[in-house]
Design a protein around this ligand. Sequence first.
Ligand code: PGA
Length: 255
Amino acid sequence: MRKKYAAGNWKMNKTFEEGQILLSEVVNMVKDELTHPNVQVVLGVPFPYLSTFSKLIDTPKVALGAQNCHPKASGAYTGEVSVPMLKSVGVQYVIIGHSERREYFGESDAFIAEKTDAILAEGLTPIFCCGETLAQREAGIHFDFVKGQITNSLFHLDAGTLKKVVIAYEPIWAIGTGVTATSAQAQEMHKVLRDHLAGQYGSETAEEISILYGGSVSAANAQELFSQPDVDGGLVGGASLKSRDFTEISKSFPA
Ligand code: PGA
Protein backbone atom coordinates (compact mmCIF):
# COMPACT_ATOMS: atom_id res chain seq x y z
CA MET A 1 0.00 0.00 0.00
CA ARG A 2 1.29 3.43 -0.91
CA LYS A 3 2.23 5.67 1.99
CA LYS A 4 -0.26 8.45 2.73
CA TYR A 5 0.86 11.95 3.69
CA ALA A 6 -0.45 15.01 5.43
CA ALA A 7 2.34 17.48 4.72
CA GLY A 8 2.22 21.01 6.08
CA ASN A 9 3.92 23.86 4.24
CA TRP A 10 4.12 26.77 6.66
CA LYS A 11 5.76 28.99 4.02
CA MET A 12 7.06 32.28 5.50
CA ASN A 13 4.74 32.33 8.50
CA LYS A 14 4.99 32.26 12.30
CA THR A 15 7.67 33.64 14.59
CA PHE A 16 9.85 31.15 16.46
CA GLU A 17 7.66 31.32 19.55
CA GLU A 18 4.41 30.99 17.60
CA GLY A 19 5.89 28.14 15.62
CA GLN A 20 6.93 26.27 18.76
CA ILE A 21 3.37 26.44 20.07
CA LEU A 22 1.87 25.31 16.74
CA LEU A 23 4.34 22.46 16.37
CA SER A 24 3.82 21.22 19.93
CA GLU A 25 0.05 21.30 19.51
CA VAL A 26 0.20 19.33 16.25
CA VAL A 27 2.64 16.77 17.66
CA ASN A 28 0.47 16.19 20.74
CA MET A 29 -2.81 15.95 18.83
CA VAL A 30 -1.34 13.63 16.21
CA LYS A 31 0.16 11.40 18.90
CA ASP A 32 -3.21 11.16 20.66
CA GLU A 33 -5.60 11.04 17.74
CA LEU A 34 -3.99 9.76 14.54
CA THR A 35 -4.56 6.01 14.47
CA HIS A 36 -4.18 5.25 10.75
CA PRO A 37 -0.99 3.13 10.57
CA ASN A 38 0.03 4.29 7.09
CA VAL A 39 -0.18 8.07 7.44
CA GLN A 40 2.97 10.15 7.73
CA VAL A 41 2.65 13.74 8.94
CA VAL A 42 5.35 16.12 7.70
CA LEU A 43 5.87 19.67 8.92
CA GLY A 44 7.68 21.94 6.48
CA VAL A 45 8.86 24.79 8.69
CA PRO A 46 11.17 27.80 8.19
CA PHE A 47 14.93 27.11 8.17
CA PRO A 48 15.83 28.87 11.46
CA TYR A 49 13.48 26.63 13.45
CA LEU A 50 14.57 23.24 12.14
CA SER A 51 17.27 22.41 14.67
CA THR A 52 15.13 23.20 17.73
CA PHE A 53 11.97 21.67 16.32
CA SER A 54 13.65 18.37 15.51
CA LYS A 55 14.21 17.94 19.25
CA LEU A 56 10.56 18.71 20.02
CA ILE A 57 9.21 15.96 17.77
CA ASP A 58 9.00 12.78 19.81
CA THR A 59 6.93 10.53 17.57
CA PRO A 60 7.68 8.88 14.23
CA LYS A 61 4.18 9.86 13.12
CA VAL A 62 5.57 13.38 12.58
CA ALA A 63 8.63 14.11 10.45
CA LEU A 64 10.50 17.34 9.95
CA GLY A 65 10.57 18.98 6.53
CA ALA A 66 12.39 21.94 4.97
CA GLN A 67 10.85 24.17 2.29
CA ASN A 68 13.86 24.42 0.00
CA CYS A 69 17.53 23.50 -0.43
CA HIS A 70 20.50 24.22 -2.64
CA PRO A 71 21.82 21.37 -4.81
CA LYS A 72 25.49 21.89 -3.90
CA ALA A 73 26.76 20.29 -0.68
CA SER A 74 28.79 23.35 0.40
CA GLY A 75 30.57 26.36 -0.98
CA ALA A 76 30.26 30.02 -1.87
CA TYR A 77 26.47 30.28 -2.17
CA THR A 78 25.62 33.13 0.19
CA GLY A 79 22.26 32.74 1.85
CA GLU A 80 21.65 29.17 0.69
CA VAL A 81 21.21 25.97 2.73
CA SER A 82 22.52 22.57 1.59
CA VAL A 83 21.03 19.12 2.01
CA PRO A 84 23.86 17.85 4.27
CA MET A 85 23.14 20.85 6.53
CA LEU A 86 19.45 19.96 6.64
CA LYS A 87 20.24 16.33 7.34
CA SER A 88 22.57 17.31 10.18
CA VAL A 89 19.68 18.96 12.05
CA GLY A 90 17.23 16.08 11.60
CA VAL A 91 15.33 17.01 8.43
CA GLN A 92 13.79 14.05 6.58
CA TYR A 93 11.74 15.70 3.82
CA VAL A 94 12.48 18.66 1.53
CA ILE A 95 9.79 20.46 -0.50
CA ILE A 96 11.16 21.43 -3.91
CA GLY A 97 9.79 22.97 -7.07
CA HIS A 98 6.98 24.80 -5.32
CA SER A 99 5.24 27.15 -7.75
CA GLU A 100 6.15 30.11 -5.55
CA ARG A 101 9.84 29.26 -5.96
CA ARG A 102 9.45 28.66 -9.67
CA GLU A 103 7.61 31.95 -10.14
CA TYR A 104 9.30 34.36 -7.69
CA PHE A 105 12.81 32.90 -7.74
CA GLY A 106 13.02 31.75 -11.35
CA GLU A 107 13.68 28.09 -10.57
CA SER A 108 13.85 25.91 -13.67
CA ASP A 109 13.04 22.23 -14.16
CA ALA A 110 16.78 21.58 -14.55
CA PHE A 111 17.66 23.28 -11.27
CA ILE A 112 14.90 21.33 -9.50
CA ALA A 113 16.31 18.12 -11.01
CA GLU A 114 19.67 18.96 -9.41
CA LYS A 115 17.98 19.50 -6.07
CA THR A 116 16.17 16.18 -6.41
CA ASP A 117 19.49 14.40 -6.90
CA ALA A 118 21.10 16.18 -3.95
CA ILE A 119 18.23 15.23 -1.63
CA LEU A 120 18.16 11.59 -2.72
CA ALA A 121 21.96 11.33 -2.44
CA GLU A 122 21.68 12.16 1.27
CA GLY A 123 18.87 9.66 1.81
CA LEU A 124 16.21 12.31 2.38
CA THR A 125 12.83 12.43 0.63
CA PRO A 126 12.01 15.12 -1.92
CA ILE A 127 8.43 16.37 -2.07
CA PHE A 128 8.44 17.42 -5.70
CA CYS A 129 5.79 20.01 -6.60
CA CYS A 130 4.27 20.49 -10.02
CA GLY A 131 1.14 22.14 -11.38
CA GLU A 132 -0.35 24.32 -14.06
CA THR A 133 -1.60 27.91 -14.23
CA LEU A 134 -5.25 28.74 -14.87
CA ALA A 135 -4.35 29.97 -18.37
CA GLN A 136 -2.72 26.61 -19.15
CA ARG A 137 -5.78 24.74 -17.93
CA GLU A 138 -8.11 26.94 -19.93
CA ALA A 139 -5.95 26.40 -23.01
CA GLY A 140 -6.24 22.65 -22.49
CA ILE A 141 -2.48 22.10 -22.16
CA HIS A 142 -2.45 21.34 -18.41
CA PHE A 143 -1.89 17.59 -18.70
CA ASP A 144 1.03 17.95 -21.09
CA PHE A 145 2.54 20.80 -19.09
CA VAL A 146 2.56 18.94 -15.77
CA LYS A 147 3.73 15.70 -17.38
CA GLY A 148 6.57 17.75 -18.88
CA GLN A 149 7.58 19.10 -15.47
CA ILE A 150 7.86 15.52 -14.20
CA THR A 151 9.73 14.33 -17.28
CA ASN A 152 12.21 17.21 -17.10
CA SER A 153 13.02 16.94 -13.41
CA LEU A 154 12.55 13.26 -12.55
CA PHE A 155 12.91 10.98 -15.57
CA HIS A 156 16.70 10.83 -15.36
CA LEU A 157 16.26 8.73 -12.21
CA ASP A 158 16.22 4.93 -12.28
CA ALA A 159 13.06 3.20 -11.09
CA GLY A 160 14.43 2.26 -7.68
CA THR A 161 15.38 5.86 -6.99
CA LEU A 162 12.18 7.35 -8.38
CA LYS A 163 10.20 5.32 -5.86
CA LYS A 164 11.78 7.43 -3.11
CA VAL A 165 10.22 10.65 -4.48
CA VAL A 166 6.89 12.02 -3.28
CA ILE A 167 5.05 14.05 -5.93
CA ALA A 168 2.71 16.91 -5.04
CA TYR A 169 0.32 18.11 -7.73
CA GLU A 170 -0.61 21.69 -6.94
CA PRO A 171 -2.65 23.59 -9.52
CA ILE A 172 -1.43 27.17 -9.16
CA TRP A 173 -4.96 28.56 -9.45
CA ALA A 174 -5.93 26.64 -6.30
CA ILE A 175 -3.01 27.70 -4.07
CA GLY A 176 -4.00 30.12 -1.34
CA THR A 177 -7.12 31.12 -3.24
CA GLY A 178 -9.76 29.13 -1.42
CA VAL A 179 -10.63 27.59 -4.80
CA THR A 180 -9.92 23.88 -4.52
CA ALA A 181 -9.76 21.59 -7.49
CA THR A 182 -12.77 19.34 -7.34
CA SER A 183 -12.01 15.81 -6.23
CA ALA A 184 -12.75 14.74 -9.82
CA GLN A 185 -10.25 17.24 -11.24
CA ALA A 186 -7.62 16.13 -8.73
CA GLN A 187 -8.23 12.43 -9.43
CA GLU A 188 -8.16 13.05 -13.20
CA MET A 189 -4.74 14.74 -13.07
CA HIS A 190 -3.30 12.25 -10.57
CA LYS A 191 -4.33 9.36 -12.83
CA VAL A 192 -2.78 11.09 -15.84
CA LEU A 193 0.46 11.55 -13.88
CA ARG A 194 0.48 7.97 -12.60
CA ASP A 195 -0.07 6.71 -16.15
CA HIS A 196 2.79 8.95 -17.28
CA LEU A 197 5.05 7.38 -14.64
CA ALA A 198 3.87 3.93 -15.70
CA GLY A 199 4.69 4.69 -19.33
CA GLN A 200 8.29 5.36 -18.42
CA TYR A 201 8.87 2.99 -15.48
CA GLY A 202 6.11 0.37 -15.65
CA SER A 203 2.93 0.19 -13.62
CA GLU A 204 4.48 -1.63 -10.67
CA THR A 205 6.78 1.34 -9.99
CA ALA A 206 4.05 3.90 -10.70
CA GLU A 207 1.71 2.20 -8.23
CA GLU A 208 4.24 2.69 -5.43
CA ILE A 209 4.63 6.44 -5.80
CA SER A 210 2.65 8.70 -3.49
CA ILE A 211 1.03 11.62 -5.32
CA LEU A 212 -0.31 14.37 -3.05
CA TYR A 213 -2.78 17.08 -3.93
CA GLY A 214 -2.16 20.70 -2.87
CA GLY A 215 -4.20 23.86 -3.22
CA SER A 216 -6.66 25.09 -0.57
CA VAL A 217 -6.90 21.72 1.18
CA SER A 218 -8.99 22.20 4.33
CA ALA A 219 -10.49 20.19 7.15
CA ALA A 220 -13.78 20.46 5.25
CA ASN A 221 -12.62 19.08 1.89
CA ALA A 222 -9.75 16.72 2.79
CA GLN A 223 -11.91 13.63 3.27
CA GLU A 224 -13.46 13.94 -0.19
CA LEU A 225 -10.09 14.59 -1.86
CA PHE A 226 -8.28 11.79 0.01
CA SER A 227 -11.00 9.27 -0.88
CA GLN A 228 -9.94 9.42 -4.54
CA PRO A 229 -7.98 6.32 -5.58
CA ASP A 230 -4.92 8.18 -6.89
CA VAL A 231 -4.80 10.95 -4.27
CA ASP A 232 -2.40 9.89 -1.53
CA GLY A 233 -2.75 12.89 0.74
CA GLY A 234 -2.18 16.60 0.72
CA LEU A 235 0.42 19.34 0.77
CA VAL A 236 -1.27 21.93 2.93
CA GLY A 237 -0.43 25.63 3.22
CA GLY A 238 -2.94 27.87 4.99
CA ALA A 239 -4.72 25.12 6.95
CA SER A 240 -1.38 23.80 8.28
CA LEU A 241 -1.09 27.00 10.35
CA LYS A 242 -4.03 25.91 12.52
CA SER A 243 -3.27 22.91 14.69
CA ARG A 244 -6.83 21.60 14.95
CA ASP A 245 -7.53 21.96 11.23
CA PHE A 246 -4.26 20.32 10.23
CA THR A 247 -4.75 17.44 12.66
CA GLU A 248 -8.23 16.86 11.27
CA ILE A 249 -6.75 16.79 7.75
CA SER A 250 -4.26 14.13 8.88
CA LYS A 251 -7.23 12.05 10.09
CA SER A 252 -9.18 12.39 6.83
CA PHE A 253 -7.95 9.22 5.09
CA PRO A 254 -10.23 6.26 4.41
CA ALA A 255 -9.73 3.46 6.95
P1 PGA B 1 -2.68 26.40 0.38
O1 PGA B 1 -1.14 26.18 -0.10
O2 PGA B 1 -3.08 25.16 1.09
O3 PGA B 1 -2.63 27.59 1.27
O4 PGA B 1 -3.49 26.61 -0.87
C1 PGA B 1 -0.72 24.96 -0.60
C2 PGA B 1 0.73 25.03 -1.00
O5 PGA B 1 1.13 26.05 -1.60
O6 PGA B 1 1.50 24.09 -0.75
